[in-house]
Design a protein around this ligand. Structure first.
Ligand code: NDP
Length: 461
């Protein structure tokens, strides 16, 4: 007789853990299978260690600014191994908390690789044991995608970036998305000569054009070389251990490390999804309906493996919605239409809702409010960096369609603005709110006349 569960979850990342413990709280008998570490990408090799690195990388600028505020001190020194070991301790602590939370909720943790063998069965690869389950939740996340280029195996991805024995003198980061800009900022802040390589005209495709421009400009001002409209053609190991990178522009440049941040792919290889007829979508992710149910009715999937929005809070929300739907008799679909998000680049980005060109397509009249200014912390220094606040509203209903912020604490601000935007706030609601002074965020409620208007997609003034 195989062990039987109401729910078997494969993958103990953000989505899987949330679903497992909530289902158990509702009385289901739950097992969660994890082959690596509890916590998934976010905790072990994503958001959390990344943010710790980002914080570390921002100190040199703060040391510089501090001097304008009257501070003096000796030459600051940075020790990479101290950061790594402190980061590892923190990740161990968080992993422990995940284990305790699951244990406390009576979820059985199985350290193995789970492979689906049918609509109601999962095999434990190492233990060579089959479990049966009324339902299976696939929450296996994603992994870095590395393009097939000669020599690309010489490069690293974000997975390895968290464990580099030492920082290189010079690094090439390939990609123009979230991970590429964040790591370019980290390396540059920690004193590595950094080049960001992107295949298109401007980094951060999909973000608002003004955001893309100001972020690129300020990354360059902070010493990141941004190389656009170029690709790696091949990579070769040099005698000194460095890597010669040949670009399709004909240039060959030597780097200490090359990091690929060229997107992520769903973790479905060898998962046995075909044994239960679980269908994939065009991008190779698991196809699910609004309730995270797959084409096989006993199998559900949440998080990055479904590629709806590859963000931890989204996976958590999907995991919770699945449980409400299935174990609490409350059909709950996750609203993916308004997702506030932050990019911890330097400068930081916070964004929610539509970008300008989307708004212009969806609405015949659009008002754009744009403001750039030097944040107070720079006013006593010679640092030129400015913050950007952009508010996009529907010219007919006054509804705020999008908010985009660049600069210090943009991520913190956008979380709060996200509440107003998802409640359907209008510009008048923003205007009615009394400013908190002196802050940068007060700009959001003091923007007067539109900087310009768009009528039928075209600038009217
Ligand atoms: P993204 O999709 O954000 O960016 C991938 C980048 O790689 C794009 O610039 C893309 O170019 C480029 N690219 C893709 N394929 C190739 C190729 N073959 N050759 C050259 N360049 C290529 O993925 P990331 O890996 O940066 O991040 C994955 C996801 O993780 C994000 O989308 C985000 O949802 C999440 N994430 C969120 C964070 C946060 O919330 N702060 C932090 C990190 C990750 P192009 O634009 O031209 O397609």
């Amino acid at each position: 007789m195989s062990r039987h569960y109401d729910l078997v979850v494969i993958g103990a990342g953000s989505g899987g853990v949330r679903a497992a413990r909530m289902a158990s709280t509702y009385g289901a008998k739950v097992a969660i299978i994890e082959e690596y570490r509890l916590g998934g990408t976010c905790v072990i090799r994503g958001c959390v260690p990344k943010k710790l690195f980002v914080l570390a990388s921002r100190y040199p600028e703060q040391f510089e600014v501090a001097q304008s505020f009257g501070w003096s001190f000796g030459e600051p020194e940075f020790n990479w191994s101290t950061l790594l070991s402190n980061k590892d301790k923190e990740i161990d602590r968080l992993e422990g908390i995940y284990g305790n939370i699951l244990g406390g909720a009576n979820v059985e943790i199985i350290r193995d690789r789970g492979v689906v063998t049918g609509p109601n069965s999962v095999k434990l690869a190492k233990a060579n044991e089959e479990l049966s389950a009324d339902r299976i939740l696939v929450a296996t996340g994603g992994r870095p995608f590395v393009p097939n280029i000669p020599g690309s195996e010489l490069g690293i991805t974000s997975n390895e970036a968290f464990h580099l024995k030492e920082l290189p003198k010079k690094i090439l980061v390939n990609g123009g998305g979230y991970i590429a800009v964040e790591f370019a900022g980290i390396f540059a802040g920690l004193g590595v000569e950094t080049t960001l390589l992107y295949r298109g005209d401007q980094i951060l495709r999909g973000f608002d054009e003004d955001v893309r421009e100001i972020v690129a400009e300020q990354m360059k001002a902070r010493g990141v070389e941004i190389k656009l409209n170029a690709n790696i053609e091949r990579m070769d190991r040099c005698a000194d251990g460095n890597i010669d990178v040949s670009f399709d522009t004909g240039e060959v440049v030597e780097f200490g490390e090359v990091m690929f941040a060229t997107g992520r792919v769903p973790n479905i290889e060898g998962l046995g999804l075909d044994t239960a007829d679980v269908k994939l979508n065009k991008s190779g992710a698991i196809d699910v309906d609004a309730y995270s149910q797959t084409s096989c009715h006993s199998i559900y999937a949440v998080g990055d493996v479904t590629d709806r929005a590859a963000l931890t809070p989204v996976a958590i929300r999907e995991g919770a919605a699945f449980v409400e739907t299935v174990y609490n008799d409350t059909p709950t679909a996750v609203d993916h239409s308004i997702i506030p998000t932050a990019v911890f680049s330097e400068p930081e980005i916070g964004t929610v809702g539509m970008v300008e060109h989307e708004a212009a397509k969806a609405h015949s009249k659009v008002n754009v409010y744009l403001s750039t200014f030097r944040p107070m912390q720079n006013t006593l220094t010679s640092r030129p960096e400015k913050m950007l606040f952009k508010l996009i509203t529907d010219g007919e209903t006054d509804k705020v369609l999008g908010v985009h912020i660049v600069g210090p604490s943009a991520g913190e601000m956008i979380q709060m603005v996200g509440i107003a935007v998802s409640m359907g706030a209008t510009k008048a609601d923003f205007d009615r709110t009394i400013a908190v002074h002196p802050t940068a965020a007060e700009e959001l409620v003091t923007l007067k006349a539109p900087t310009y208007q768009l009528v039928d997609g075209k600038r009217a003034n």
